[in-house]
Write a protein that binds this ligand. Structure first.
Ligand code: IMP
Ligand code: MG
Length: 181
């Protein structure tokens, strides 16, 4: 049954699972023999990071940070770290794990900030990439799906903190967005 507020399903749970496994296999190959740390951006990335980490076949460490934007509006470019990583990333191979890259402001800020801490390498893995709305360029090394210009929920992505636990990725009903902002 499709929950209320959803217009259509973009990727089923099965499609997400298969694609995450493909990306995990590539990461396992690329980082073999290295000191890989997955850094998740809370809260959106937790479901994706968990699925990805379990499908990766080499040893990984994980850590999390959370960010807050100074404005409620998406894409105003003002970002800061609200909860920092627990541990140092010095000399580690950091793979930043995001739910979606939209304007690019969040990731640009995080990559610049973390690069200053002396990691051995830094790259980005995102579940979704919406390049049509990009304002600042960021290097996306791994992405599961490219999507168009619609607001999506599920697999960690929320609308007003709801729908994160949906197994599929779905397009939010435009009438709900118009009514509630
Ligand atoms: P950026 O800084 O514009 O790239 O914004 C990225 C952040 O905006 C993501 O980490 C999400 O938290 C949020 N976001 C962007 N698009 C969506 C969407 O379609 N659904 C839910 N959250 C979104
Ligand atoms: Mg996010």
């Amino acid at each position: 049954m499709i929950p209320a507020g959803i217009e259509r399903i973009l990727f089923t749970e099965e499609q997400v699972h298969l694609r995450v496994c493909e990306v995990a296999a590539q990461i396992s190959e690329d980082y073999r023999g290295r000191d890989l740390k997955l850094v998740g951006v809370l809260k959106g990335s937790i479901f994706f990071l968990t699925q990805l980490a379990r499908a990766i076949t080499i040893p990984v460490k994980i850590d999390f940070l959370s960010i807050s934007s100074f404005s409620q509006k998406r894409g105003n470019g003002l970002v800061r770290i609200a909860k920092d990583l627990d541990d140092s990333i010095e000399d580690e191979d950091v793979l930043l794990v995001e739910d979606i890259v939209d304007t690019g402001f969040t990731i640009r800020y995080l990559m610049q900030t973390l690069a200053g801490r002396g990691p051995n390498s830094m790259a980005l893995c995102t579940l979704l990439d919406r390049t049509s709305r990009r304002i600042v360029q960021v290097p996306v090394r791994y992405r599961c799906f490219e999507i168009g210009d619609h607001f999506v929920i599920g697999c960690g992505l929320d609308y007003k903190q709801h729908y994160r636990n949906l197994g599929c990725i779905a397009v939010m009903d435009a009438s709900v967005l118009e009514k509630n902002g």
